[in-house]
Design a protein around this ligand. Structure first.
Ligand code: CU
Length: 462
């Protein structure tokens, strides 16, 4: 429902739905974006005989009527969960935002608005008597949000780190060095996670070879690791994809050599028990085996992988997030992300291109559990190399393509219209758990392709 609401709001910002519909959906607010800049979750509660909003997660967890501190001009989402079973709503009248009423215990609603003026404003429940009973607090716009410097490692993988095309060269001998590490990395602003990685990045390095190459893989497990690690390349024909000979204790190195016999885009991952835990913690990456003569030239290539984190703490919580075995086994991730962290492809790295260019995305799912419905909002894939088969005729003109865990796809499309395009898994609840990326296209508009008299929000997309 919320995803639909956001979709409508986003469509409204592009002028794709009627003004009345837009006004209804966005509560009269202009230019909200597909993904909010900041999200708060409040739970209604009865405390000391008073009705209150209680912070549900993150820095406001457990606080009564918490101050909601946001940067100026941020798109703010406030979720409210009914915790007491009475009728409630939430409104921020100064920004024209008001939710539906929620009645049942566990029911929820949300409001979204752009905090486009500085100052202190009120949020409240508008039901008669509820504010008087205690249901109100402050939205403080324009104050610096205090940010603990965690000193954690930046493990986000650069989506442009795709290596050099093989071109016309013949088969060669190639060496791939992988170091397995266990490091505390930045998950989102104010939160960290103990990642397990290949070469301190999630996903691990993009390995690029040619069919017929002889590839030697050296797996070194860092001295300060606590666990055995290994690697299974899906491009390998042999025991465990290499995992049977690379169970490496801390401080040691093991190697194997394989012939790249099948062209394609293949996932690699750690395959040490419990394998699902090693993968969720960040131990996955991809190897591209280019066909003879190489792939057709394109203007830009990107490396994107989808992952999941199962933490005891809820999405949005601050501080060190700890692994939850229970949630992993139930396949209930708290966080989903492209390239390792919550903001890897929305803030740290954005995908950039110019109008008229043809792009190629090497997209894979580390997982370990969820199938991705990969989609770029506002674009159509000209070509989809389904299941990352590079020797089959590609599908053409595709909106959304399925990518299973341990699988990949290669998509190509020409960008014709400037703007921000959002990479998503179209199972859009996952956007709420962090899964999105931005492709920014610059250049001249072509009104024969897209035109509107409405103002396009320059920040649309983020
Ligand atoms: Cu491992």
């Amino acid at each position: 429902m919320k995803a639909l609401f956001m979709l409508l709001a986003f469509a409204a910002s592009l002028g794709l739905v009627s003004p009345s519909m837009a006004a209804h959906s966005a509560h009269g607010q202009e230019s909200v974006t597909y993904t909010p800049d900041i999200t708060f979750t409040l739970r209604t509660n009865i405390a000391d005989g008073k009705l209150v909003f209680m912070g549900d997660a993150g820095a406001i967890a457990g606080k009564v009527n918490p101050d909601l501190v946001v940067p100026e001009n941020a798109v703010v989402q406030i979720n409210v969960i009914n915790g007491d079973g009475a009728i409630h709503d939430i409104a921020v009248p100064d920004f024209g935002a008001k939710s539906d009423q929620i009645t049942g215990k566990g029911a929820s609603t949300a409001i979204v608005f752009r905090a486009n003026k500085n100052g202190t404003f009120e949020y409240l429940c508008t039901l008669p008597g509820h504010k008087a009973a205690g249901m109100f607090g402050k939205v403080i716009v324009g104050e610096q949000v205090a940010q603990a410097d965690t000193g954690a490692l930046d493990i986000a993988q650069d989506p442009t780190a795709v290596g050099a095309p093989v071109g016309k060269r013949g088969p060669q001998k190639i060496t791939v060095d992988l170091e397995t590490t266990e490091v505390v990395g930045k998950l989102a602003s104010g939160s960290t996670y103990k990642y397990w990685t290949f070469n301190n990045k999630v996903p691990g390095p993009f390995v690029r070879v040619r069919v017929g190459d002889t590839v030697t893989v050296n797996v070194s497990n860092a001295k300060d690791s606590s666990h055995i690690h290994s690697v299974d390349f899906h491009a390998v024909t042999g025991p465990g994809g290499g995992a049977a000979v690379t169970q490496v204790p801390p401080g040691q190195t093991k190697s194997f050599t394989f012939k790249a016999r099948h062209p394609g885009l293949f996932v690699y991952h750690c395959a040490t028990p419990m394998v699902a835990q090693h993968i969720t913690n960040g131990m996955y990456g991809m190897i591209l085996v280019e066909p003879e003569g190489g792939l057709p030239a394109v203007d830009r290539e990107f490396y994107v992988m989808q992952g999941e984190l199962y933490t005891a703490q809820k999405h949005g919580a601050q501080g060190l997030q700890e692994f939850s075995l229970e949630k992993l086994l139930d396949e209930r991730p708290e966080h989903l992300m492209f390239n390792g962290t919550m903001d890897a492809l929305t803030d740290k790295y954005k995908l950039q291109a110019n109008v008229g260019e043809t792009l190629r995305i090497f997209f894979g799912v580390g997982g370990p559990n969820l199938t991705s419905s990969f989609h770029v909002i506002g674009e159509v894939f000209d070509k989809v190399y389904d299941q990352a088969s590079l020797t089959s005729t590609p599908l053409t003109d595709v909106q959304t393509t399925l990518v299973p865990p341990g699988g990949a796809t290669m998509v190509e499309f020409k960008v014709d219209v400037p703007g921000n395009y959002i990479l998503v898994d179209h199972a859009l609840s996952r956007v709420e758990k962090g899964l999105s990326g931005i492709l920014t296209v610059s250049g001249k508009e072509d009104h024969s392709i897209f035109h509107s008299t409405e103002k396009v929000d320059p920040n649309s997309g983020h």
